[in-house]
Design a protein around this ligand. Structure first.
Ligand SMILES: NC(=O)c1ccc[n+]([C@@H]2O[C@H](COP(=O)([O-])OP(=O)(O)OC[C@H]3O[C@@H](n4cnc5c(N)ncnc54)[C@H](OP(=O)(O)O)[C@@H]3O)[C@@H](O)[C@H]2O)c1
Length: 292
């Protein structure tokens, strides 16, 4: 079984490895294949399935799991793409929460993230206050922020969020992710996205987006020579990073999902491997910013 972690001071206890939502929206998979992926993930103890308005349908898979009585956390990303509300308004948050509750049939959302907005938006648009009101009303257990840049800095410094979701991987050092270490020290739960750096060693794989292209460039520049498969290195590096409670990995393959669970069971990486990755990061961290 996967190790369990507590997300900072939220009291929410989850599996250290969780299922990314990107691939659940992947149109090249049949519904039966996605169902099998979700079932396998839950059977292995993954109890978080990440969702987002950009991963169409991922929340419906959470709803189906709940209907079957499977224990999964309910998460939502808020602030944009909400029918009936302008992006980045208090309404977009309030209506987004209402719609996520309706869609999943849950009584409360475990984590509701403001998704990818700037510090200015967090400060001025009333979205943080709207999320806080939903927490007060018991509709949301933990207020979250998902993103990078000045929004992430603002979120960690403020006392408004119990959880942050940010990119952490062997290709995303962002100054050793000091900000996230500070978050952990302040009792904020940290969820890592892109925790396998979008598998940058697979050169034949068309990069998923601009960040994945950047990770391929970084992976090559790091030139790591280690005695283990790259997917194992990448996953164990993130899952056992001191600034990470939960690592989200996306996969469209049951075999990869099983391999990832086995890799996590091997525990933290040997020290000399961590030192090798850290050394590569020190050479580049001034230029390598966190990727959305
Ligand atoms: N802005 C946001 O909110 C945001 C942005 C990015 C990501 N996320 C979240 O974070 C999750 C994870 O990020 P991600 O999916 O972008 O990237 P990721 O988890 O770092 O990497 C996914 C890639 O790794 C491959 N992979 C997984 N396990 C593997 C294995 N054992 N061997 C070889 N390849 C393997 C997958 O290919 P296969 O399909 O072939 O396994 C896929 O191409 C997302 O699904 C999403 O939930 C959120």
């Amino acid at each position: 079984m996967l190790p369990l972690r507590t997300l900072g001071n939220t009291g929410i206890r989850t599996s250290a490895l969780a299922l990314g939502g990107r691939q659940l929206a992947n149109s090249s998979l049949t519904q039966a294949e996605v169902a099998s992926l979700v079932d396998q993930a839950i059977d292995h103890g993954m109890d978080v399935i990440d969702t987002s308005p950009t991963f169409a349908g991922a929340q419906e898979w959470v709803a189906k799991a709940l209907q079957r009585g499977q224990r999964v956390k309910v998460c939502a990303k808020l602030g944009h793409g909400v029918a009936g509300a302008m992006d980045w308004t208090a309404d977009s948050v309030t209506i987004g929460i209402h719609q996520a509750l309706q869609r999943t049939g849950a009584e409360a959302l475990d984590i509701a993230y403001l998704h990818g907005c700037s510090a200015e938006t967090l400060e001025k648009n009333g979205v943080v206050e709207a999320l806080g009101e939903a927490v007060e009303a018991g509709k949301v257990k933990a207020a979250g922020y998902a993103g990078e840049g000045d929004g992430l800095v603002w979120a960690v410094r403020s006392k408004a969020f119990g959880v942050v979701q940010a990119s952490v991987s062997c290709c995303d050092p962002a100054a050793g992710r000091d900000l996230l270490r500070r978050a952990v020290a302040r009792g904020i739960g940290v969820v890592a996205k892109r925790s396998m750096a979008n598998a940058p060693w697979l050169e034949e794989l068309a990069p998923a987006d601009a960040a994945a292209t950047e990770y391929q460039r970084r992976w090559e520049a790091m030139g790591l020579q280690v005695e283990m498969p790259p997917e194992e290195l990448a996953l164990r590096w993130t899952v056992y990073h001191p600034a990470v409670h939960v690592a989200l990995t996306g996969t469209s393959s049951v075999a990869h999902l099983q391999a990832n669970v086995q890799a996590v069971a091997m525990g933290p990486l040997p020290r000399h491997v961590v030192a090798l990755v850290d050394g590569a990061h020190r050479r580049h961290e001034q230029d390598w910013l966190g990727q959305m």
